[in-house]
Write a protein that binds this ligand. Structure first.
Ligand code: RB5
Length: 145
């Protein structure tokens, strides 16, 4: 299951991504907004809670720039949220950072690119090895701070 959420800036992009992912066979849990103006940290928290609890394996968050969503998501222990605008980053944040949430900017990216980035993000695995040590160090930062 994939958790997805957006603020009012990302509604159309979220719909397009959901259609693409459903067509590819993914199951999606939509945490809003349906279009009503809302505060992006509230949506970020709802999506990230699904990822942390394990009820969803990954999350996708969309706001105007993707920046607010990524700032909010990365405040939550255990979340590694990556703001992506290109395919290299979408692939390597999975391979090297084991990112569990991807953030997208609806006012930055075209819808076609956003759908492609979502597919890359969800279909790429973590490489592990030396990268696991660095993920553990990130977790250590959460504990220290
Ligand atoms: C909403 O207008 C906008 O501020 C929000 O979508 C996002 O871009 C914040 O980072």
């Amino acid at each position: 299951m994939i958790a997805i959420g957006c603020d009012h800036a990302g509604v159309e992009m979220k719909k397009a991504i959901m259609e693409t992912l459903i067509e590819k066979g993914y199951k999606i849990e939509d945490l809003g907004t349906d279009g009503a103006p809302c505060d992006y940290p509230v949506i970020a928290e709802a999506v990230c809670e699904r990822v942390i609890s394990g009820s969803c394996e990954k999350g996708i968050l969309i706001c105007g720039t993707g920046i607010g969503m990524s700032m909010a998501a990365n405040k939550i222990n255990g979340i590694r949220a990556a703001l992506c605008s290109d395919s290299f980053s979408a692939r390597f944040t999975r391979l090297h950072n084991d990112a569990n949430v991807m953030c997208l900017g609806a006012r930055v990216l075209g819808t076609g690119l956003a759908c492609e980035l979502a597919e890359i993000f969800l279909s790429t695995g973590f490489e592990g090895g030396r990268h696991q040590r660095r993920i553990d160090l990130i977790a250590g930062l959460e504990e220290k701070n």
